[in-house]
Design a protein around this ligand. Structure first.
Ligand code: IDP
Ligand code: MG
Length: 152
């Protein structure tokens, strides 16, 4: 299992406005994952149509679009062993009412349409999403000093 696996995690506009950015970053940092890229940004419709390409025909897509356009998004990329799957576990189920307590959505959200955070669902989606939200030069290459305390 590669220590270089990457995932795209975004704090959605409600998570940003509710001041949950530090809490959410802490969960990934404290777990031991490496932050590779981070920026506060406004999405646009073209980007979101690509990001959510599999959902454009869903009845909730128009409200998902306006939700994601309602304020800034904190876009991040994290790296580490099994980070895609583990990241989804840190997030909790899509519907916060079904997310276990202890997960980000389980602890901080109630509604599906205000579930505060996005995480890639596979290594392939992660690659696609990182490419959509970040330029290559925004992904920072460095070696965290804690690596040998996190990996055997
Ligand atoms: P995910 O974010 O857990 O990967 P997806 O099925 O990819 O879930 O859906 C993307 C986002 O669309 C969800 O996080 C949620 O905000 C929204 N969404 C999904 N299903 C519904 C729904 O049935 N009603 C309202 N919003 C939904
Ligand atoms: Mg998804």
């Amino acid at each position: 299992m590669s220590q270089n696996e990457r995932t795209f995690i975004a704090v959605k506009p409600d998570g940003v406005q509710r001041g949950l950015v530090p809490e959410i970053l802490s969960r990934f940092w404290n777990k031991g994952y490496k932050l590779v890229a981070i920026k506060l940004t406004l999405a646009n419709e073209d980007l979101l149509r690509e990001h959510y390409a599999d959902l454009t025909s869903k009845p909730f897509f128009p409200s998902l679009l306006s939700y994601m356009l309602s304020g800034p998004v904190l876009a991040t990329v994290w790296e580490g062993k099994d980070v895609v799957k583990q990241g989804r576990a840190l997030l909790g189920a899509t519907n916060p009412l079904a997310s276990a307590p202890g997960t980000i959505r389980g602890d901080f959200a109630v509604d599906m349409g205000r579930n505060i955070i996005h995480g890639s669902d596979s290594v392939e989606s992660a690659e696609k999403e990182i490419g959509l939200w970040f330029k290559k030069e925004e992904l920072v290459d460095y070696k965290p000093t804690l690596t040998s305390w996190i990996y055997e």
